[in-house]
Write a new protein. Structure first.
Ligand code: KG4
Ligand code: ZN
Length: 354
């Protein structure tokens, strides 16, 4: 049977993206246009600016993806589009563009859950078999999912407030480091010593839920104490504070991962999201997996962070499993993958959490 070819469209947060992917796992093109420069003056993603930028950029991304892939609309089998969860204006831009393409070409449409896109990526990049445990850690997401099929996700826990990437970003802001905060905080931490006693939130409670907002407040208090003591924040103190913060995040993620692996019995851990780029966090997760004899995988970073190849791939997987539901084409700001899990109250700067 000839492989299927899907166009994927993603616009749920601050990346406009389009990709062309085949069911044999070939990524023919993956175009991502970020909006970091547009949001930088505001210190966070501004939903209205994001929606407008998606509306302006998405069709260009689609044209580029088709050109790079060397295919025309007539060569496609379907269009897959993120229909939630995320910032509603951006999601609507993508869904409307996909509907337009479908109306003009007669191609079928597949509405994809953005989190399913992240969660199914290791099948595209590493050919993982079901089941596996996915830890999604980014600026907007933080959850453990036991992935047992293209539409079968069990949520084992997640953040009750901020996502870890959001905490890195806020800590960077507190310490006058640039945005997004993860890379500069990691760079500072590399020259520091984790000597400040910061909390390890929720480690004293059973289960896999996490919390990062108290940690950020503890960083603020420590910073203020240092400033009061020395009349300003000294270079080495800033590096030590970054190292202490990063060590706390890594310790919490490692221990909760150990619990999620024990609870699920999964033999493979896959990590995705921008925070997976952090060397100390990766090393901590690798350590947990080594101790338990569990395989550890992380898709390449460009497929770990927001992109449209994962949306095309999740569309292909749902299509092949007969799970395509027209009801999924309604743009939804909130859309938990595991409808049986208790809803979370957190809602981060990058939009609604699922
Ligand atoms: O997955 P992503 O590109 O976008 C979404 O949030 O969906 O993740 C971006 C987040 C930002 O909060 C950024 O600060 C964080 O990932 N991040 C990092 C690192 N690189 C990016 N956090 C910690 N260490 C890093 N090296
Ligand atoms: Zn994402």
């Amino acid at each position: 049977m000839a492989p299927l070819t899907f166009l994927g469209i993603e616009s749920s947060c601050d990346d406009s993206a389009a990709a062309v992917v085949r069911s044999d796992g070939t990524i023919l093109a993956s175009v991502v246009e970020g909006q970091a420069a547009l949001h930088a003056p505001f210190g966070g993603v501004v939903p209205e600016i994001a929606a407008r930028a998606h509306a302006e950029k998405l069709d260009g991304c689609v044209s580029r993806a088709l050109a790079e892939a060397g295919v025309s609309l007539g060569d496609l089998d379907a269009v897959a589009v993120t229909s939630g969860p995320g910032l509603i204006g951006g999601v609507l831009s993508g869904v409307m563009l996909a509907r337009g393409i479908a109306a003009a070409t007669g191609l079928p449409l597949v509405g994809v859950n953005h989190l399913a896109g992240h969660a199914l990526t290791p099948r595209l990049t590493d050919g993982l078999d079901f089941p596996y445990l996915m830890l999604l850690v980014s600026g907007g997401h933080c959850q453990f999912l036991l992935v047992s099929g293209p539409g079968s996700f069990r949520r084992l826990g997640g953040t009750i407030d901020d996502a870890p990437g959001e905490a890195f970003d806020k800590v960077a802001k507190l310490l006058a480091l640039p945005q997004p905060g993860g890379p500069p905080v990691e760079a500072e931490a590399a020259t520091g010593v984790a000597r400040f006693p910061l909390p390890r939130p929720l480690l004293d409670r059973p289960g896999c839920d996490m919390s990062f907002s108290g940690l950020k407040t503890a960083v603020l208090r420590t910073r203020d104490a240092l400033v009061a003591e020395h009349g300003g924040l000294r270079r080495q103190d800033r590096a030590d504070l970054c190292a202490s913060f990063q060590a706390a995040v890594a310790a919490v993620l490692a221990e909760k991962t150990r619990r999620a692996l024990a609870e699920s019995g999964a033999l493979v851990l896959a990590v995705a999201g921008g925070v997976a780029a952090n060397g100390a966090i990766r090393a901590a997760l690798q350590g947990v997996c080594d101790a338990l004899g569990v395989r550890f995988t992380a898709p390449p970073l460009r497929l770990c962070t927001d992109n449209a190849a994962m949306i095309a791939w999740a569309g292909i997987e749902s299509w092949q499993a007969g799970l395509v539901d027209p009801a999924n084409l309604v743009a939804r700001p909130r859309w938990p993958l595991d409808a049986s899990a208790a809803p979370m109250i957190g809602s981060g700067k990058k939009g609604a959490k699922a």
